[in-house]
Write a protein that binds this ligand. Sequence first.
Ligand code: ADP
Ligand code: MG
Length: 702
Amino acid sequence: MARKISELYGELTFSRKVMKEKLSKEVYAKLVETIDEGSPLDHDIAADVAHAMKEWAIENGATHFTHWFQPQRGGTAEKHDAFITYGENGEIVERLSASQLIQSEPDASSFPSGGIRSTFEARGYTAWDPTSPAFLLESEDSKTLVIPSVFLSWTGAVLDLKTPLLRSQRALNEIAIKLQRLLGNRMAKRIKINVGPEQEYFLFNKDLFEKRPDLVITGRTLFGAAPAKGQQMEDHYFGSIKDKVLNFMEDFDMELFRRGIPSKTRHNEVAPNQFEVAPIYSESNLGIDNNLKLMDIMKKVAEKHGMIACVHEKPLSGVNGSGKHLNWSIGDDTGTNYLEPSKSPLKNTSFLLTIGAIMIGVNKFGGILRAAVADAGNDHRLGANEAPPAIMSIYLGEYLDQIFNEIAGIGSKPTEKQIAQINLGVQNLPNVAKDYSDRNRTSPIAFTGNKFEFRAVGSSQNCSEAATVFNMITAYGYSEIFDRLSKMSGDDVKANALVLLKDIVKETKRVRYEGNGYSEEWHKEAEKRGLPNTKTTPEALAQFHAKDVKDLFTKFKVLSEHELDAKIEVKLETYVKIKDIEFKTAINIAKTLVMPAVAEHVKNTAKAAVASAEAGVKSKALIAELKAAEDAYAGISANVSKFDALQAKIGNISDLHKKANACASEGAKGLLDLRSAVDTAETLVEDSLWPMPKYQDLLLKL
Ligand code: ADP
Ligand code: MG
């Protein structure tokens, strides 16, 4: 009999239940405090915790441990060490010391650092992050104890994506608590930021996938003519799930549950063979770690079922891409969600101000919210009529929109009656807002009842970059509000807040948009409003260079100027590398797979034309066919030569920014030209000769 979820849930994690069993009362209490309060780890307990963790891991079959971290280039990294050490008499014993738990030194020299480390000082170290539980990494024949960690250079500079996230949480915590105090909240001790990342992905038949070098190497198809049946029927969304997929999903969910990942929802997405999985939300650091684990587990489980799980943002051109909607909310340790309308007028003041803070943040720093999700994959998806545009605007829903407009219209000092009216309006909000919000999926930042949904994150991305910026711009908004509110006279904080909100609504008007974010009309309107609309990664990343952006990062101690420069460089380097790999792969496929197939087709058509002429029939159709085949061959050949030369030219550009820009403009165009020539040939060449599975196969067969 299959086990119940509640029985297997979290069995691969060093959970509170295990901690309680394995640790003394005092040590357990201190560790829980560290986790809950985010307070520094008491070094005196580290040895006990390390011992307990090792015992638990070994009992469960583990032989090795690893620090697990999130390098800036994306993905996760690990380096395994056996638990062994020499005992007193030179025998081998198993041990995990306090220092091994707390800190490790992987050879960091091969991780990109954007020039943070000089070559003679390549060392970096990882440090345990106790707020995310240790867990067991499992393959069929192995188990490894995984210790979630941050990754820093020897001088303490950031080399990973988790450290800035933790720092942004700290900054937001500080200012949010300060503002809450000003509003009269004496209860909250700590701010809680919750995230629920909805993950979209494609499944492909493994055999078909592996016959396409573009998919294998780059994660997306570089070629492929549009199929007769793509997603135009829209019959896949929420459609009934095929058995093969359901079997995978069940297995996948169980593996998630065993790792303490609260997977809640699974369903078909819009494109054929596209799906979504969403967990119950968690505190942001853990929720994001869990999403990274989820992507990894998804790939492993899919392979067992003869499929490849693909999280690329745009595996197939002309078909919907995949995103990761980052649901985000902020509240405190009393259980209050500041984005939840309430019966209490004071809480509603905090609710409105929190939305106000986000409006201030997006108005001033929307460009870096876009930059936070900029990468080669997401460039194909943003603005492609299935995902929000690259313009950052806020959607509030009709009801809340109206409330803010009312606030903007009220007189200089609102009366008690007006305050009561607005309060009543907010209380009535949740259901209405939710209903409406679901009908607008075109906005990148949508208020959905008790949270914001940031929809611009790419499906393959580590969403901590988006969360870091979202936290930071909210902290910025809160700090503006705090400063302005502190300076106002009179002690009716509710009335003052409404007066301030009136200004905020007016000042940030340009970032609110309730219409269709995909429409041409909005693009024009956004331009008039002066909102940034950066279409490519290099363009978007340039936003990080602005003086006030650097000030923002340093003010909240999220990244120093040097660390920010390094981050931009790593992102640009990664972008250029991905483009370079795509360009080379495309040229290779065109030369070694497609051109021989087209040549064969030319030969066959020529033979048929000759044979028919010999038989006394001069087939005009065959001659036309031959001409078309020859033209297709010549078209590919010419484009390959041109693209080859262009690629070499781009390769010779030494300035990284210029190189990235060249990849995004000429390079991308060169690839599209080559693609168009190859796709034309695909529609001519006999099926049996075509060297790769076609879109139709990829989309309809599993
Ligand atoms: P919808 O489908 O309307 O977007 P769901 O309730 O399905 O809304 O939520 C989608 C995701 O948002 C889930 O991962 C869910 O756990 C998460 N979520 C729900 N409430 C919150 C919240 N208050 N803060 C953060 N995430 C949330
Ligand atoms: Mg949603």
